[in-house]
Design a protein around this ligand. Structure first.
Ligand SMILES: Cc1ncc(COP(=O)(O)O)c(C=O)c1O
Length: 435
């Protein structure tokens, strides 16, 4: 019998219109914000208006991305010979610069060479990769694991290949772009709910309660503002409606949980989450990603998942470095978490006292609301010129008129550095009329 392809069975309303809902029910604010499916699909690819805006920023010398610096210098970077305090990094534990890890990496380069080999399927599977997988699965307390060369690909693999063909996906609107792209590419039925809007999610689950394979997809920690996904409430809904859970916990693993297993551990629902994805660039200071979960979900991926098979594995030097980072996290993770929180609190308190509007009162990411799209770029430019690097976000990454900068501390920043950075933030408020 021919297997059902949900993409072929979708009605136009399912494909283009908003999500199925009971007739006559008024939309909540968050449902209105989620908006129309067609507009959303246009927004997740660069459109001519956005490209024009980028062109305008480049002409004005305000384009804030792709700056080529000379080299890192601890928690700072050297740009054209000048030191800039790096408050844009997500290498929270400064593992990319850790001397123990660098020593292990140098030894690995001598033994294995500088680069990669091939795909896992071919010549790219070394014993150190297998060893890393085993230790990571143990660290996360999950039965099975796969390593990918990027989080983007891992998300693509989960949505397009690992979830069954008849899956109905319910995803938080603020999921990473890779998840939105994967949903579109997968041809599966998917429905978006407003950020952390549990009432909207429940309404969707209720409307689709007879669908056989329901998957709730969200982030452990939302990357622009550091707010946690409501995983405790999601676990309750998943139980009630017999849905499975996939979380992308890029910014949660290592930072949250007594055993550093991330947001799901923090909420006490680790066992109820079916799949967790985490890139290595955050808590491990490296490149690639892992995906952990139940064996029955991940085992077939070795032969059936193209984003796993048709791409190179992470190079051995990365596997060795990540393995060393894991060892350090195991040894002194709690004290690293404490140090990170102390640094974040020190800077957040200073910024709040200056009158900046901080969109999240807690957590390890400090999101500052600026509002206007051009102003946020002027703001980031002003800071950079004076020696502080922050990450600006503007539409479509955040809603129109809600442009913001993301400020991230690492354990490597000294109080003197944070104090110096705070002084520059104060200057920016005065000079750009933000007071
Ligand atoms: C939440 C989240 N998911 C996925 C990714 C993608 O990971 P990668 O850069 O390894 O492709 C990122 C990257 O910033 C992220 O923040």
């Amino acid at each position: 019998m021919r297997e059902e392809n949900p993409a072929e069975n979708r009605s136009n309303k399912d494909r283009r219109g908003s999500d199925r809902r009971s007739a006559g029910e008024p939309k909540s604010d968050s449902e209105r914000r989620v908006g129309d499916r067609r507009k959303h699909e246009r927004r997740i690819y660069q459109n001519p208006k956005q490209l024009n805006f980028i062109r305008f920023l480049k002409e004005k010398g305000l384009y804030p991305y792709e700056k080529a610096y000379d080299q890192p210098d601890g928690p700072e970077v050297i740009f054209e010979g000048k030191n800039i305090i790096n408050l844009a990094s997500v290498d929270y534990f400064n593992f990319a610069q850790n001397s123990e890890i660098k020593k292990a990496a140098c030894a690995a380069v001598k033994k294995y060479g500088a680069g990669g080999f091939s795909s896992r399927y071919s010549m790219g599977n070394l014993r150190i990769h297998m060893d890393l997988e085993e230790k990571l699965a143990e660290f996360m307390g999950k039965e099975s694991i796969l390593i990918f060369n990027s989080g983007y690909l891992a998300n693509l693999a989960v949505i397009t290949s690992i979830m069954p063909k008849n899956a109905t996906i319910f995803l938080d609107q603020k999921c990473h772009l890779s998840i939105h792209h994967a949903c579109l590419l997968s041809g599966k039925k998917y429905h978006r709910f407003g950020n952390n809007d549990m009432a909207a999610l429940e309404r969707m689950l209720q409307a689709h309660r007879d669908d056989p394979e329901k998957w709730i997809v969200t982030l452990g920690v939302f990357s622009s503002n550091g707010i946690l996904g409501k995983l405790d409430e999601i676990a309750v809904l998943a139980r009630k409606y017999k849905a499975r859970i996939f979380i992308d916990d890029a910014h949660g693993v290592g930072v949250y949980g007594d055993r550093l297993r991330g947001a799901a551990e923090h909420f006490g629902v680790l066992d109820e989450v079916d799949l967790i994805m985490c890139p290595f660039q955050m808590a491990f200071g490296n490149i690639g990603a892992f995906l952990v979960g139940k064996r029955y979900l991940l085992q077939p991926a070795h032969t059936e998942t193209w984003p796993y098979i048709f791409t190179y594995n992470i190079p051995p030097v990365c596997a060795v470095s990540i393995r060393k980072a894991l060892e350090i996290l195991d040894r002194k993770g709690a004290s690293l978490q404490k140090k990170l929180r102390r640094n974040v609190a020190a800077l957040r308190d200073r910024l709040k006292a200056m009158g900046y509007e901080i969109l999240n009162p807690e957590g390890h990411i400090i999101p500052i609301l600026i509002g206007d799209e051009v102003l946020v770029c002027r703001f980031a430019h002003f800071l950079f010129e004076r020696g502080v690097w922050v990450q600006p976000f503007f539409y479509p990454a955040v809603p129109k008129g809600k442009a913001m900068v993301r400020v991230t501390c690492t354990i490597g920043h000294t109080f003197q550095e944070l104090e110096r950075a705070a002084g520059i933030f104060a200057e920016a408020r005065k000079n750009l009329g933000l007071e």
